[in-house]
Design a protein around this ligand. Sequence first.
Ligand code: PEP
Length: 235
Amino acid sequence: MKIIAGNWKMNGTRANLIDMVTALQKVDTENNVILCVPYTMLGVKSDRNISLGAQDVSAHDHGAYTGEVSASMIADSGAKYVIVGHSERRQYHNETNDTVRQKAAAALSAGLTPIICVGETMEEKQAGKTMEIIESGVRESIPNDIDKNIIVAYEPRWAIGAGLTPTSEEIAEAHKLIADTLTAMGLSGTPVLYGASVKGSNAAEIMSIENVDGVLVGGASLKPDDFIPIITSVK
Ligand code: PEP
């Protein structure tokens, strides 16, 4: 069983989500399918095989934080997951590992599973800092003293939406480091997803790499014709 999570970013309508859920209900799969959609679509009815998630969460529980949405509100919509620390949040909203850790803690306290993203920029990759950034991302973005109700996503930031993917060896090396770091933190068994330019044609190969427990998919999660081949590429 793999986890196949879609990130719709700021795309789509409720009607698009209903069409996607209807299409996914016909897919014979044991994989855990998650769709992380804009807040306005979170109330759309899905079924037990398809869970909904948000793409960001406030670190605060309630109060005078205009425009923010809390973890308990996301949980109240019926959603089960929330992405935290996506590279676009880190890039456009200056989120740091500290911010991400606070948001992940807020998600956990409302009973949501945070999908915690880490990954290096092109600049960091070129400076030979990939492993350092990944390890500090994992260590600093995950709250202390938690149960295992988290998912980690490795997303090389330079590859997101760019049609680029690291080599299988690079993915294997990054995922081994993440798995070892999680073990050292007492969180062995935490699922680790790979994300960045996953599509039907590379999904099976990526998910066959050791320590890759699933994928986080951006652009190719928007249309059933692109997303379903990813879901069915693995048992
Ligand atoms: C993402 O936004 O998390 C992502 C992986 O995007 P894409 O698949 O489009 O590279």
